[in-house]
Design a protein around this ligand. Structure first.
Ligand SMILES: [Zn+2]
Length: 178
């Protein structure tokens, strides 16, 4: 189960409006989705994501992306750019650019967030953390390189692909076409 936590619809609409306008401003792909130039550390001009301070993340990430990746918020279901997106390519961390998922493992779960059956090289760049928030025990997944919150991993994925479902916020990722 994936719980969507927001303070109120008014705030949510404003957040979405600012997220949309900022992604239009900074978009570098024809599809209208964030591109490689939208990666946080590229905008900051640094190479080591571990040295980036919270206030600097805030400067280069749009408000929704900042609150999801740096404050473990969750985007509204069925709103993300990659929920119903199945082009061939790789998904990178929006903060540091490291490779997280490949389109080969992406599937439609109907839950409202992008779903993957596996991460790149079996969690090479992903760490798992026990998350006891919201009155349940879940496994949170974060970027191993920059600690960005990505989403959660559940054990209700396709059995023929290992049985796991990575439930990931679209805003945590940047798609790179291959
Ligand atoms: Zn990262």
């Amino acid at each position: 189960m994936h719980i969507f936590v927001k303070s109120g619809m008014g705030n949510f609409v404003n957040t979405m409006r600012s997220a949309i306008s900022s992604s239009v401003r900074s978009t570098s792909t024809m599809s209208g989705k964030p591109g490689m130039d939208d990666i946080g550390i590229k905008k900051l001009g640094v190479t080591d994501a571990k040295e980036v301070k919270d206030e600097d993340w805030k400067k280069v990430l749009d408000p929704q992306t900042y609150s999801v990746t740096r404050k473990a918020d969750t985007e509204a279901p069925f709103t993300g750019a990659y929920d119903k997106f199945f082009e061939k390519g790789r998904y990178r961390c929006v903060c540091c650019g490291i490779e997280l998922f490949n389109s080969d493992s992406k599937f439609w779960a109907g839950c409202g967030w992008p779903a993957f059956s596996n991460s790149v090289d079996n969690d090479l760049n992903i760490k798992r953390i026990v998350d006891n928030s919201h009155g349940m025990t879940r496994t949170e997944v974060r970027c191993k390189n920059c600690d960005a919150h990505l989403g959660h991993v559940f054990d209700d994925g396709p059995q023929d692909k290992g049985g796991e479902r990575y439930c990931i916020n679209s805003v945590s990722m940047v798609f790179e076409q291959m």
